[in-house]
Design a protein. Structure first.
Length: 288
């Protein structure tokens, strides 16, 4: 196994972007909120909404004490609004089960609503400084290329954690840096479509580069087209409810401009099933 940690640490110290959640003292709640928001959402869209969110709800208990509808409304244009509802539920669990303090233990974090392997370990590592492997899409791409010589990683699997653990230093602070550095490298240098190998600190030990950049295929699940999709219809309905004064509208008035009435009905039914809206007496409203 080549030593990836040493060059990654040196590169990160000189090249890491200045991001709010990397500031000293940002806190476990801020890290948790940022990780929820960053799932499948660009950093530039997250930062202003993250700052507004933490100003309004600086603790889990403050969010838990507000209505779920307010969380959905404040989610604005981040997409995948179920994350807002899950974050509200997680905040309630933190308040009720952990005295309002984001837990440090990975298993306790995994027991919270909406938290999976990545987010649990990200909080434990980046908020509390513990030594765990943190693996996201960017990390998996870096490991696939540098170690396995593949152009793209396989779909996510438990073995990804083992692969990341294998390159972590024993030192907890250095392990945290390597976790962050692998993600950062994948985000800004070892990108999916246009990797900048000339700027890569591990290019000299990259198996994919040494093999001549072979096209090894891409088995990852492709995201469905957004335009014209049920997901777009769901977004239109939620946007209308967020923008209404009482977060409530007559069912017939919501997204009435959608040309496909069957798609509109499917979107409404799925939003109700997900708990993102309620439908009392012919009305639609955000959850209370």
């Amino acid at each position: 196994m080549p030593d990836l940690a040493t060059p990654l640490i040196a590169w990160y110290r000189d090249n890491a972007r200045e991001l709010p959640w990397r500031e000293p003292g940002f806190g476990a709640w801020g890290v948790l909120v940022s990780e929820f928001m960053l799932q499948q959402t660009p950093v530039a869209r997250v930062i202003p909404l993250l700052e507004a969110w933490l100003e309004r709800w600086p603790t889990p208990s403050s969010l838990a004490g507000d209505a779920p509808a307010e969380a959905v409304r404040a989610w604005a244009n981040l997409g995948y609004p179920r994350r807002a509802l899950w974050l509200h539920r997680a905040a309630t669990q933190i308040r009720d089960l952990h005295d309002g303090v984001v837990p440090r233990d990975v298993e306790a974090l995994l027991a919270l609503t909406g938290i999976g392997d990545y987010t649990a370990r990200a909080v434990a590592v980046f908020a509390y400084g513990d030594r765990h492997p943190v693996v996201d899409t960017n990390t998996r791409r870096v490991l696939a290329r540098a170690i396995d010589g593949r152009a793209q990683p396989d779909p996510p699997a438990r073995r990804d954690l083992d692969a990341m653990t294998a390159i972590l230093p024993q030192s907890e602070p250095e392990a945290a840096i390597v976790n962050a550095a692998a993600m950062e490298l994948g985000a800004i240098v070892c990108t999916a479509r246009a990797p900048r190998c000339d700027a890569c600190p591990i290019a000299h030990i990259c198996a994919w580069r040494a093999a001549g950049y072979p096209d090894t295929g891409d088995t990852r699940r492709k995201q469905a087209r957004y335009e014209g999709s049920d997901r777009q219809a769901r977004g239109a309905i939620l946007r209308a409810l967020r923008e209404s004064a009482a977060h409530e509208l007559a069912m017939d008035a919501v997204a009435s401009d959608l040309s496909d009435s069957a798609q509109r009905d499917r979107a409404i039914d799925s939003l109700i099933a997900d708990g993102l809206i309620e439908a009392p007496d012919g009305m639609l409203r955000l959850p209370r």
